[in-house]
Design a protein around this ligand. Structure first.
Ligand code: ATR
Length: 480
């Protein structure tokens, strides 16, 4: 058997297989293994012309095949399978070897695994990989977290196989220790949910307000893709809307069931945001929109509820409205990204990760599902000011959103008036207005809390913490 494979991949389903091919195409001799050996054989024989594969049938053989320090990429199903594979390899590996988890692990699991493996002297890199099947093969966006030493051992390989940004740099960067990479990947997926929901709302609104056929709306998305909304998701939206079903000849969008599924990373993003106390309302609305779409009974019951019929606009008004939707989509998208970035900032502070947000924007610029031109500007913003408190504090974005706010309001108003659901557009606008409101009704909330639970309050006019005796003479007691 070959004993000097440069790197190993275990788990050869769609992502693992394509990542192994990507490695082989870049000249690495790749030891390959899968629980079910047929997948290993299929890859070794089916793609033999792409490079050097070293098929192995056990963890022992894998360990024997790898050059030292060993680098093993685990591409098995996230969760228990990852723990099982790590448990199998831990006694076989030596101090200094590196395990890379390229699956969609929860960042808390990555933190736990990294800490446990560190005890055994084994390095662990939790690497979020985005770009789907095609990305894994031709260049994904890679979001690794772990020790600097572990990253340095993998960096040359990751630089080779990652997507290339328009600046010519690889879409990979060391994002921080332990779970930082998987956290950034999780938020990437959360933003992806929000971005997709916003695009879906834009399509839905345009269709209901103009009566245009999907093919015509595809043209609008194609046009938008030439401007500031340029992104992979807008590009594929145009493709999907232009597509006709081969069987029926109907627009494809009209023949597929309107229930969206999810694998759970959007849900994790929201759950984690709740724990961190960070508002990610755009992502939350997107997750809820998917779950609502799947509640058939609820929707059947709701279908009898009264509401307005949308008014169809004439050609000139329709053209004006479409321009307004573009503004609303762009502004809402900026809010969704700002919320996701805030979540990364909060986690970075909590876990002392020191995540470089400019690097995050650069890694998201190519290879991944949320790749978009506007990320260049996000990167520039955080390069100029790494401590920027919010994306909305960037003068360029603030100015653009300021210009967009009136059309954005008109779009949300029309949607509300016509009864077209726009949960993500509305949540984004509400977030914007919450941030600009000098005095929030939270004062009333806090007073109520003091009334029923003696939770105390602070005053605007002097320091200290107070409680009012609501049940007696309503006198104010200083607490501290
Ligand atoms: P992908 O997203 O790449 O399509 P996935 O569902 O995340 O795939 O993971 C599937 C991979 O995990 C398969 O390689 C599977 O092995 P089999 O081909 O034998 O099914 C692997 N896998 C799942 N559970 C595993 C376990 N307990 N031990 C080892 N490998 C496991």
């Amino acid at each position: 058997m070959h004993t000097s494979a440069h790197i190993g991949v275990t788990g050869l389903a769609v992502m693992g297989r394509n990542l192994a091919r990507n490695l082989a195409r870049h000249g690495y001799a790749v030891a390959i293994h899968n629980r079910t050996p047929q997948r290993t054989r299929d890859l070794a024989t089916g793609c033999a012309n792409e490079g050097t594969f070293v098929p192995v049938e056990s963890a022992k053989e894998m360990v024997a095949a790898l050059e030292r320090p060993r680098r093993l990429i685990v591409m098995v199903q996230a969760g228990q399978a990852t723990d099982d594979v790590i448990a199998e390899y831990t006694p076989l590996l030596e101090a200094g070897d590196v395990i890379v988890d390229g699956g969609n692990a929860h960042f808390a699991d990555t933190r736990r695994r990294e800490a446990a493996l560190r005890q055994a002297g084994i390095h662990f890199l939790g690497a979020g990989i985005s770009g789907g099947e095609e990305g894994a093969l031709n260049g994904p966006s890679i979001m690794p977290g772990g020790s600097s030493h572990a990253y340095d051992l993998l960096a040359p390989v990751l630089n080779d196989i990652a997507a290339t940004t328009p600046e010519g740099t690889p879409a990979v960067a060391h994002l921080g220790p332990d779970g930082a990479g998987h956290f950034v990947k999780m938020v990437h997926n959360g933003i992806e949910y929000a971005d997709m929901q916003l695009i879906a709302e834009a399509y839905h609104l345009i269709r209901h307000t103009t009566g245009y056929e999907p093919q015509r709306i595809a043209e609008i998305f194609r046009e938008w893709n030439r401007g500031r909304l340029n992104s992979y998701l807008v590009e594929i939206t145009a493709e999907v809307l232009a597509h006709r079903d081969a069987d029926t000849g109907l627009p494809f969008i009209d023949v597929i069931a309107d229930t969206a599924e999810q694998k759970g990373t959007g849900r994790w993003t929201v759950q984690t945001a709740l724990d961190l106390g960070v508002p990610v309302s755009g992502i939350a609305e997107a997750v809820f929109a998917r779950s609502t779409s799947g509640h058939a009974t609820l929707r059947a019951a709701g279908s009898a509820l009264p509401g307005p019929a949308p008014t169809i606009l004439g050609e000139d008004d329709a053209a004006r409205f479409i321009g307004q939707v573009e503004q609303a989509l762009y502004a809402s998208k900026v809010i969704a990204y700002a919320q996701g970035i805030h979540q990364i900032q909060a986690a970075s502070r909590t876990y002392a990760w020191n995540v470089d947000l400019a690097a995050v924007a650069a890694v998201w610029r190519a290879g991944c599902i949320i790749r978009a031109s506007f990320l260049d500007r996000v990167r520039e913003s955080y390069t100029a000011r790494p401590d920027l408190p919010s994306l909305l504090a960037d003068p360029g974005f603030a100015c653009e959103i300021g210009t967009a706010q009136l059309p954005w309001r008109l779009v949300v108003s029309r949607a509300t008036r016509d009864g077209v659901p726009v949960p993500a557009f509305a949540a984004a606008l509400t977030h914007y207005d919450t941030l600009r409101t000098p005095r929030l009704p939270a004062a009333l909330t806090q007073a109520q809390r003091d009334y029923f639970g003696a939770h105390t309050y602070r005053r605007n006019d002097r320091p200290g913490v107070y409680h009012t005796r609501w049940d007696s003479d309503r006198s104010e007691q200083p607490i501290t």
